[in-house]
Design a binder for this molecule. Structure first.
Ligand SMILES: CC(C)(COP(=O)(O)OP(=O)(O)OC[C@H]1O[C@@H](n2cnc3c(N)ncnc32)[C@H](O)[C@@H]1OP(=O)(O)O)[C@@H](O)C(=O)NCCC(=O)NCCS
Length: 347
């Protein structure tokens, strides 16, 4: 019997559709991140609210024959921005008991069609080391490794407090040249243009073989992304260093937290512009953030972060703080033509 693939229209989905999606997402989550509590129905629904208008997403579901259980999901999204107009992001998930029956590749045809229709030429997707089926699949379809990253975790109980104090002490000297500040929650309107420029430092992180162009977010896009993750119940803190003489942001570090996962803090971007490196700003910002989190979120037990294996300076700071590797992720890339060739050979 042909699998029943349906385009998921979340604007018309019923409560029971969302309940089925929530149950499916929690099955997949139990495999990939068993340490996290299940997603609530509200969290599942919130994913579809306040989606930035420059993000175009389509999602397809495979239902069982009685249409009461989802067995597979495919998402494809593209960014209608000034950069990376060659890219489409793929997400593909099949329940463990339904794998190796051709459902993953059946869903892939949908994402490939969208990629072609929207004029994109490269699909990217991520897999995790603790779910090896994903890597096997990506290899089979002809995808290539773009970037290997380690997920690193700090157990806050093991944090070296003396080291933190030493790093913070550097603040006295640094303050002669830099002004340090904190943005808590939404970015202030008057700094938004500066903050957009600040994010460009992330274009200097190693991307290995990934064919990704530099990203440049507009203030409006930043606001929309912010509204999206706040809708998900996420809180954010940004510690920054501003070069006093030029007024330029020299570097920043971000942290995220959500009440449904209270034990976990997620370290987002950390970046120092090349001209300001080598003065201890990265260490100082990270220490400042840690100090703040100990005060703001005493219930947190872990800090998680993802770092490219090739990012020696960031790894060094994290190792010094006590971060330990616990998982790895691969970002794969596959040209549209290669994915089409795989599918046509298969069918
Ligand atoms: C990746 C995933 C969606 C594949 O789904 P699937 O329904 O098992 O895939 P298919 O049955 O269509 O397999 C397609 C091809 O990959 C091969 N393949 C799939 N899983 C494999 C495995 N574990 N080992 C070896 N080959 C595998 C199949 O044999 C098939 O090859 P063929 O064309 O020669 O017949 C599924 O394993 C999954 O949900 N993994 C977790 C999420 C994930 O990592 N997603 C990928 C990135 S978004």
């Amino acid at each position: 019997m042909r699998p029943l693939i349906e385009l998921f229209d979340w604007t018309r989905a019923s409560e029971s559709d969302f309940a089925a999606l929530n149950a499916f997402s929690n099955r997949m989550r139990a495999e990939a991140t068993p340490e996290y509590p299940p997603l609530t129905l509200q969290e599942t629904q919130a994913q579809f609210q306040n989606i930035p208008d420059f993000v175009e997403i389509r999602m397809w579901l495979i239902w069982n024959e009685t249409h009461d259980q989802i067995v597979g999901l495919c998402s494809c999204n593209i960014l209608n921005a000034d950069h990376n107009q060659h890219l489409a992001q793929l997400g593909l998930e099949i329940l463990p008991e339904a794998r190796r029956q051709g459902l993953g590749s059946a869903l892939l045809t949908k994402a490939v069609a969208m990629t072609e229709e929207t004029g994109r030429r490269l699909l990217i997707a991520q897999t995790q080391s603790n779910v090896p089926a994903g890597e096997e699949f990506m290899q089979r379809i002809g995808a290539e490794v773009g970037l290997k990253m380690g997920s690193n975790q700090l157990e806050i109980d093991t944090l070296d407090r003396a080291l933190l104090i030493r790093w913070l002490a550097k603040g006295d000297t640094l303050s002669e040249t830099f002004e340090f500040g904190l943005w808590e929650g939404a970015y202030p309107e008057e700094d938004l243009e500066t903050i957009a420029t600040m994010h460009e430092v992330m274009n200097t992180t190693p991307l290995d073989d990934l064919e990704i162009e530099d990203m440049r977010w507009t203030p409006e896009q930043l606001r929309q992304m912010e509204a999206y993750f706040m809708q998900q119940g996420m809180e954010r803190w940004t510690q920054y260093a501003r070069h006093k003489a030029s007024g330029k942001i020299a570097g920043y570090t971000e942290m995220f937290w959500k009440s449904t996962k209270p034990e976990y803090l997620n370290q987002g971007d950390t970046g120092v512009f090349p001209e300001f490196r080598g003065h201890g700003i990265g260490r100082y910002l990270k220490a400042k953030m840690m100090e703040l989190m100990l005060e703001r979120k005493p219930q947190a037990k872990f800090v998680r972060t993802g770092n490219a294996y090739s990012n020696a300076p960031m790894l060094k700071i994290n190792e010094e703080m006590g971060f330990k590797p616990f998982r790895s992720t691969i970002t794969w890339q596959i040209p549209l033509d290669k994915a089409k060739a795989y599918l046509s050979e298969r069918h």
